[in-house]
Every structure is written in structure tokens, then in C-alpha cells.
Write a protein that binds this ligand. Structure first.
Ligand code: ADP
Ligand code: X2W
Length: 321
């Protein structure tokens, strides 16, 4: 409701202010216990390429990250860019092919992946965050040897399928990320890793790592409080694509039993959540990145949405939230 304050008496004005200010104050007060709980904690946030297609959403995401930063949390952003890579490949007349949720990556494709992730998507996010101050620093897994990877294969019907220069993270040297966080910066990381093979690495060999996989490996290495994966669905659907009923909560074992039945983009996401909570992260969540400020709603209010994965034995209410 719009209130024309200019036509109000002083008493009416105070009442109108109360009317609009109270919900705002209530929201701030509601955030207090969550801010206290998460202060000083590292949170890894994966921003999916599919949730990144809208400019307003991207700007709101940057605001959310800055809010976390100024509230005393230590956010680390890992970004995707699958659709952006596919568009660039199409422009170059190259075909995109996915096997088991992973992009088949030839040497030529790898050059495009690197160019789009590190040269476009990461630059844009860093730019959005730095509109508000000198906060964000972009890097890939190649920088300071942050992430090292071995060639991985897709598994289709129990068979290993060669998908080219796709890597599985074998080692994370998180020192550089810790140093940036300690310096009050917001690391923004692209999912490209250096090869474990010394000869290949000396030749500039890098691997295309799925961004969910990279975010999970980083969350585990950083001993993060939480891994948040923002995507273009509300969470993990129980019976996708037939129903949109979201599974609100899963223990690690429950998820492990579900993984063989998952399809496409959800495979690396849920494998990542499982890896994170099996390696010290207290909770991993898949949430709807199409909802403006979903990150703030998820972290600072009682209105948690999406799917939460927790280590086995985590009590139901509060502890991991
Ligand atoms: N069980 C499921 N629940 C929800 N989405 C699913 C499920 N299985 C497969 N999907 C697909 O996974 C997609 C999300 O993965 P992906 O496209 O890789 O997104 P992102 O770019 O955020 O990583 C959804 O849009 C949906 O099409
Ligand atoms: C191996 C592999 O599939 N790499 C991904 C990396 C980007 C990514 O993961 O982006 P989203 O999070 O937006 O899907 C790719 O080439 O598309």
C-alpha cells in the first residue's frame, strides 16, 4: 500500500513510518541469531550458470554476498557457466556434448571453457562485487596451484567413458584462499584445475572441472561451515521430471542411496553435497538461484527452502541450519 506522507499530520506520519519500518526492523531482528551463529564462518557458495542468466539476479546475488561479508561471514564464490560456454561454442560452430552431466572436453573445447569461465563469467562477478568496494579477487584453480586434478571418466551403465580433458580434483591447496579471506577479500573462483601430471602441467595442461565438484572440494578443504549451491530448480525433486516435490532434507547415507538414480546436472551437485558433508562441512544445500535474495533468505531467516544435506546423525532442528 502506498502512503502519501506529505498529506499526513505528524501523528499520521509517525503511524505510517511505524507501519513500514516495523517489518524491516523485524527482519533485522530475525537475522540476529543467524548472524551470531555464522559470524567468522567460511561459506562456499556455488552460483550456477543457469541461475546466472538474468542481470537483476546477478546484481542481487552480488548484494547478498556483500551482505554476508559485512555481517562477518567469510564467503567464497565458485561460479559455473555451462550455458555461457555452450553459447560461445555454438558461436564458434562447435557442438556441446554432455555425458553423465559432464561436458565432453576436447583440447579445443578446453580453450573455450577457460576463456569463458576465467575471462568472462568470473570477470563479470568480480566487477559486480567490486562496484561496492575493493572486495573481490578472481582466480582459477591454476593460480597458486589452488586446485590440482586428474583426468576423470564418465560412468555410463557401469562402463567408463572417455570425455577428454575433464578433471576430478585430487588436491586443494587452500592457503591462498585463506590468505585472501584473512585480508578481508571475497575470492571468486573458476573451476579450472592444474594437471597432476608434471609433464602435462609443464605443457600448460589444465582440466575442465564441473563447478559443483570444484565448490565441494573447496568447501571440504576450507573446512567450511556450509556449501550453498544456487541453481535453476527449487532443490532436489523426488521424482524428476514427473513431479516438482522437493526433498527438504537428506542425511549423507540417504543421499548416497539416491545418487545412482539421479540424472544430468543433479549428479555432480548431489555428489558434491555428499563429498562436502562427508569431509567436515556441516551442511550442504541446493537452493533456487532464480529467487531474488534466496541466499539471504536461506542463511538469515527461518524460511529455509530447497534441499539440505547433513552428515549422518545430525539432529533435526537448528544445529545445522
Ligand atoms: N532430481 C532432480 N531434481 C531437480 N533437478 C534435476 C533433477 N535431476 C535432474 N535435474 C536437472 O538438473 C538441472 C540443474 O543442473 P544444471 O543444469 O547443471 O544447473 P547449474 O547450471 O545450476 O549447475 C535442473 O534444471 C534439472 O533440469
Ligand atoms: C566438466 C564440466 O562439465 N564442466 C563444466 C564447467 C562449468 C559448470 O560446471 O557450469 P554450471 O555450474 O553452470 O553447470 C562445463 O564445461 O560446462
Amino acid at each position: 500500500m502506498t502512503v502519501l506522507t506529505s498529506s499526513l499530520t505528524p501523528t499520521g506520519l509517525a503511524a505510517a513510518r511505524k507501519h513500514t519500518a516495523l517489518p524491516k526492523a523485524d527482519a533485522l531482528v530475525e537475522a540476529l541469531p543467524w548472524i551470531a551463529r555464522h559470524q567468522g564462518k567460511t561459506i562456499v557458495i556455488k552460483f550456477g550458470g543457469n541461475a546466472m542468466v538474468d542481470d537483476k539476479l546477478k546484481a542481487a546475488f552480488a548484494e547478498d554476498i556483500l551482505f554476508l561479508h559485512h555481517a562477518g561471514l567469510r564467503p567464497v564464490v565458485v561460479h559455473g557457466g555451462g550455458p555461457q560456454i555452450s553459447s560461445q561454442l555454438e558461436r564458434l560452430g562447435l557442438e556441446s556434448q554432455f555425458t553423465g552431466g559432464l561436458r565432453v572436453t576436447t583440447d579445443e573445447t578446453m580453450d573455450v571453457v577457460r576463456m569463458v569461465l576465467a575471462g568472462q563469467v568470473q570477470r563479470e562477478l568480480v566487477g559486480l562485487l567490486n562496484r561496492h568496494g575493493p572486495h573481490a579477487v578472481g582466480m582459477t584453480g591454476e593460480d597458486a596451484r589452488l586446485m590440482t586434478a586428474d583426468k576423470t571418466y564418465a560412468e555410463i551403465d557401469g562402463e567408463q567413458v572417455d570425455i577428454g580433458r575433464v578433471g576430478e580434483v585430487t588436491d586443494v591447496d587452500a592457503g591462498v584462499v585463506e590468505a585472501l579471506l584473512d585480508d578481508g577479500r571475497i575470492p571468486v573462483i573458476s573451476s579450472i584445475a592444474r594437471s597432476t601430471d608434471a609433464e602435462d602441467a609443464a605443457d600448460g595442461g589444465v582440466f575442465n572441472v564441473n563447478a559443483d565438484t570444484a565448490a565441494a572440494a573447496l568447501a571440504a578443504a576450507l573446512d567450511a561451515e556450509m556449501l550453498m549451491i544456487l541453481t535453476d530448480v527449487e532443490g532436489l525433486y523426488a521424482d524428476w521430471p514427473h513431479s516438482e516435490e522437493v526433498i527438504p532434507r537428506l542425511s549423507a547415507t540417504e543421499l548416497e542411496n539416491l545418487i545412482p538414480d539421479l540424472a544430468s546436472g543433479m549428479i555432480p551437485k548431489m555428489q558434491g553435497c555428499l563429498h562436502a558433508v562427508s569431509n567436515g562441512v556441516r551442511a550442504a544445500r541446493v537452493i533456487d538461484g532464480r529467487v531474488k535474495h534466496s541466499l539471504l533468505l536461506e542463511i538469515f531467516t527461518d524460511e529455509g527452502i530447497g534441499t539440505m544435506v547433513v552428515p549422518d546423525g545430525t539432529p533435526h532442528k537448528g544445529a545445522a541450519a
